[in-house]
Design a protein around this ligand. Structure first.
Ligand code: ATP
Length: 369
């Protein structure tokens, strides 16, 4: 346990500064007057690239690498691209992922009270699963490489290694052991989502999944092809507990999952390696609404709670674990009373007012912490 934790905050582009400010305020309030978290802001992103020609300064990387955790707003602005057409806003997030080997992207999909799911009849408690997306290899590892021939042929290799698959599958089973099981039947379950019937790389993923699963007899293991999975997540989301999948599949099904629980504004994300943790909402920089004060801050606030939970477990610090639970409770209460809803989830309230309600909802810290 440390006395003080250094948090590198990268506000980024568009609504990034608004939502990261909201999260920092709630985190600070949740930890009370003692300065348990020391926040420091660092620049990165598309707007910085426009101004300076550098989207990810070396000093920002160094601060992120050495911090106890990294909290991000959002990155990217339309049309701000490198000469080869790739988005400058992606340099920061993709660079951090590979340089810090943040191999596990954890994306909880949870239906909160007061938020209406587009799936008919689904209530709070019916949807509560986690997508564990492999974040270091798969199809996206080919970014910047691949083959492009005379404007006629393009190829991007799909890379999957035993080491990469083993560690992400193990991560998913360990995570399942910390959870209460699937809403439908309370059973701890990890679902392997792949396309093993068509490509060898996914067949290898499935084979290694089966090997690792044998070491976790207390957790049910099952398989789903990704195309069928999109159907299942709409028809029977309550069946799922933890889903583990390749990089691009995880990217796609987590957007589908987020749509079923109120949209991207409600979806937090953690990208974890063995030594570093990077936390943000799943949404982009939403330039269409930036600067208006109407961004939904829940995704980033919940990512902040995930950060406290991760730090608390790593350092055995009950103050942080307690604060994470109290933030989740404050979110639960604000949403349940339907008095703190932003426009994207059917309300009219702005980010600052929602943040104020969340702070007011925070229960006092446990005295034993
Ligand atoms: P990226 O590719 O960078 O993930 P994107 O193109 O998918 O980004 P977003 O920036 O996530 O797009 O925005 C998609 C839509 O969702 C926009 O209409 C945006 O206004 C809305 N949106 C995204 N995040 C929020 C939020 N926090 N609050 C309210 N609306 C949001």
């Amino acid at each position: 346990m440390k006395e003080i934790y250094d948090i590198a905050v990268v506000p980024g582009d568009g609504i990034g500064p608004e939502v990261s400010k909201a999260a920092v305020r709630v985190l600070t309030e949740a930890l009370g007057s003692t300065a348990v978290l020391r926040f420091a802001e660092y620049p990165a992103g598309a707007e910085l690239f426009q101004r300076t020609g550098d989207s990810f300064p070396a000093a920002t990387f160094e601060a992120c690498r050495s911090a106890d955790a990294i909290l991000h707003g959002a990155a990217g602005l339309p049309g701000v691209v490198h000469p080869d057409g790739t988005e400058a806003g992606l340099d920061f997030t993709l660079g951090l992922r590979s340089k810090l080997d943040l191999y596990a992207n954890v994306r909880p999909i949870k239906l909160w009270p007061g938020v209406t799911s587009p799936l008919r009849g689904r209530e709070v408690g019916d949807i509560d699963y986690v997508i564990v997306r492999e974040n270091s290899e798969g199809l996206y590892a080919a970014r910047g490489s691949g083959v492009f021939l005379r404007g006629e042929v393009a190829m991007d290799p799909l890379v999957q290694t035993r080491k990469g698959i083993e560690r992400i599958v193990r991560f998913a089973f360990e995570l399942a052991r910390t959870r209460g099981g699937a809403p439908a039947d309370g059973r701890r379950r990890v679902t392997c989502c792949d396309k093993a019937n068509v490509l060898r790389s996914y067949a290898l993923f499935r084979e290694i999944f089966s090997e690792v699963a044998r070491g976790y007899p207390d957790v049910e293991a099952e398989y789903a092809l990704v195309d069928a999975m999109t159907l299942h997540l709409v028809r029977q989301p309550s069946h799922y507990d933890v889903i583990v999948t390749e990089n691009m599949f995880g990217d796609i099904i987590s957007d589908l999952g987020a749509a079923t629980v109120g949209g991207m504004g409600m979806a937090p994300s953690a990208e974890l390696g063995d030594g570093n943790g990077f936390f943000q909402a799943s949404h982009g920089s939403a330039p269409d609404i930036s600067g208006k004060g109407i961004a939904n801050p829940y995704g980033t606030v919940l990512a902040g709670a995930m950060m406290l939970d991760w730090l608390g477990r790593r350092h055995g610090d009950r103050r942080l674990l307690d604060a994470a639970r109290r933030i989740e409770l404050a979110v639960h209460d604000a949403l349940a009373q339907r008095n703190a809803l932003s426009g994207d989830i059917g309300g009219t309230m702005g980010s600052a007012d929602i943040t104020g309600i969340l702070c007011a909802n925070l229960a006092p810290a446990a005295s034993a912490a």
